[in-house]
Design a protein around this ligand. Structure first.
Ligand code: ADP
Ligand code: MG
Length: 263
């Protein structure tokens, strides 16, 4: 076989195996190998490394799209000095994702605006970047989705969907009271994931008030039991970060007004 037809064969092997990054890089890499007098092994390693990188990027992008994070927050964006009630060492420890190994849950409990969603999303991002299937939902969306699923006869499929991610974030539990169907959905999701995979949950309700969002206090107790059995709980207090920024702005404005009126 001539050199040219071997080259064509090689191209078609790469196409058949869907190694498109390697196929695209092939002419350049062949040239480079000849120029730098690379051996066969080194050449092949370089070519396949390009394909591995491309595959990794695709996989990461797919995980990222699937996760549906509401914002691009990262832990580096979180101002720990502004929120001393959050143990930064514990958060950094969680960021190493050891908690996913033994299906530990994480609860962020605190009033609005203290950074619960931000921390949950930032940890979810760490998990995506480590290659884990991750999914973000609010409790209200989860309830709505399960409601539709029940109507359309897709309950089991939907439960499998929520059981599947290695890390599930359920944001804003407790903002809205959950009707009994929604409470049952949340309960079943927590139960299916119990001891198998981690859930991060944020709530504005102290654990003692959980009975209030569920019609049935027994369901609330059973759910808490499973959530807390293996868990890390953050009680975040302090003022709302949103209000802080807002107050700083109003103070500036006020000072501006005072300064002008003093002239
Ligand atoms: P929560 O979910 O507790 O209501 P969020 O996480 O949505 O609060 O935070 C509210 C807003 O304040 C967001 O824009 C968030 O980025 C910002 N924020 C809150 N806490 C911090 C913090 N410690 N450092 C930086 N930004 C913060
Ligand atoms: Mg929030």
């Amino acid at each position: 076989m001539s050199e040219a037809s071997i080259y064509q064969q090689l191209r078609s092997h790469l196409a058949y195996l869907r190694l498109s990054a390697a196929a695209e890089a092939l002419p350049g890499e062949l040239e480079r190998a000849a120029r730098d007098e690379l051996g066969h092994t080194a050449f092949l390693e370089r070519l396949l490394a390009l394909e591995v990188t491309a595959t990794d990027q695709r996989r990461r992008a797919t995980l990222e799209r699937f996760a549906s994070l509401p914002s691009p927050w990262r832990l580096a964006d979180f101002d720990f000095d502004a929120q001393p009630s959050v143990d930064r060492h514990l958060v950094n420890e969680l960021a190493t994702l050891g908690f996913l190994e033994d299906a530990t849950n994480v609860l962020f409990i605190g009033p609005p605006g203290v950074g619960k969603t931000m921390l949950a999303v930032a940890l979810a991002r760490c998990s995506i970047e480590a290659g884990y299937r991750t999914y973000y939902t609010t409790a209200a969306d989860l309830a709505a989705r399960c409601h539709r699923a029940a109507l359309e006869g897709r309950w089991a499929t939907t439960m499998r969907f929520f059981a599947n991610p290695r890390l599930l974030v359920i944001d804003e539990v407790g903002y809205l009271p959950l009707a009994s169907e929604a409470a049952a959905a949340l309960f079943q999701v927590i139960t299916t994931r119990y001891l198998k995979s981690s859930t991060i949950l944020t709530t504005n309700l102290g654990i003692a008030s959980w009975g209030k969002i569920f019609d049935d206090p027994m369901v609330a107790a059973a759910m808490l039991d499973r959530l807390l059995h293996r868990s890390v709980v953050f009680h975040i207090d302090g003022e709302s970060y949103r209000m802080r920024a807002h107050q700083a702005r109003s103070n500036e404005l006020r000072q501006g007004v005072v300064a002008t009126s003093a002239k």
